[in-house]
Design a protein. Structure first.
Length: 143
């Protein structure tokens, strides 16, 4: 059944590559230490849909309905959150990051709107950047 669902999703996406698809499931953050943190959808039949969207482009959501379009083979872009039963902040669930030094450069928006511009910071790894809710700039230290 799962294979049939995946095959059907691929057939539909190839036939209507520029058209949107509607997917139901959980919209979650895909945290990896060696690559950018993107969104993914775990469908109601447990299929993983990889998205090109960064983790901070949309809130995480449990039990929702999403509009996506295919941008490359097997990679999709989230266009719209149609419905969401429960918005969650996954970064608050991370208690501790691994002591792994893989520096990344990120931009942290100020909570105080009077300060103006965001600040550029070095982070030890992608996990630390994720907890700070920073926007990824590049791998390695900031210049």
């Amino acid at each position: 059944m799962k294979t049939l669902s995946i095959a059907l999703l691929l057939i539909i996406s190839n036939a209507f590559a520029s058209q949107s698809l509607i997917v139901k499931g959980d919209l979650l953050d895909r945290v990896q230490m060696s690559s950018r943190i993107n969104k993914m959808i775990i469908t109601s039949d447990s299929h993983e849909v990889e998205l090109v969207n960064e983790f901070n482009e949309a809130p995480s959501c449990e039990n929702g309905e999403y509009e996506i379009t295919e941008v490359a083979e097997g990679r999709y872009s989230l266009k719209n959150i149609i419905q969401c039963d429960s918005v969650i902040d996954e970064s608050r669930q991370v208690r501790m990051c691994p002591e792994l030094f893989m520096p990344v450069c990120g931009e942290v928006a100020s909570d105080d709107f009077s300060k103006g511009l965001p600040e550029i910071h070095n982070f030890s790894n992608m996990c630390d950047l994720y907890i700070a809710k920073a926007t990824f700039i590049k791998f390695g230290r900031c210049d």
